[in-house]
Unconditional design. Structure first.
Length: 150
């Protein structure tokens, strides 16, 4: 298992990273249990219904003040799109948490490292790196500068 902050290899028995000191969250966290996912779904529905109720209340209040219908439609569309966007985002996050809890992640500590003997290694460049100074000063000629006598 690796630290999500610094990327150091962590012993599975530890609850913190020895390199950076960050607390390690184990795979079986309380946020992914089915009861908490059900609660998140209920909260998402409550946010959606609450947003719709607030939007309808705003429309009713604005109708009492004789607001122009085009302004009313634009405001209602903006509020409804915001409520839809927030509800959609919360639904996606809940489904991602549910999918993460369904399929346990593999232990990445078993994978081979890139610097193993089977991995292709990058060789040193055959052509030396170009220098900016060589390319710009090569064409300059010496210019004699004479000072004016006062």
């Amino acid at each position: 298992m690796y630290c999500s902050t610094c990327g150091a290899l962590i012993d599975s028995k530890l609850s913190y990273c020895q390199r950076c000191g960050m607390r390690i969250v184990k795979a079986a966290t309380a946020a992914t249990s089915p009861t908490n996912l059900k609660d998140l779904t209920i909260v998402t529905g409550g946010v959606g219904l609450g947003g719709l109720g607030i939007t309808l209340g705003l429309v009713a209040v604005l109708l009492n003040y004789n607001v122009d219908p085009t302004v009313l439609v634009i405001l209602a569309a903006l509020f409804l799109s915001a409520v839809f966007g927030i509800t959609f985002w919360m639904t996606r996050q809940t489904s991602r948490m549910f999918n993460a809890s369904q399929f346990p992640k593999e232990d990445f500590s078993e994978q081979s490292q890139l610097n193993s003997s089977g991995a292709a290694q990058i060789t040193e460049s055959r052509i030396p790196a170009a220098s900016i100074i060589e390319n710009t000063t090569r064409t300059l000629n010496e210019v004699l500068v004479e000072r004016k006598q006062i």
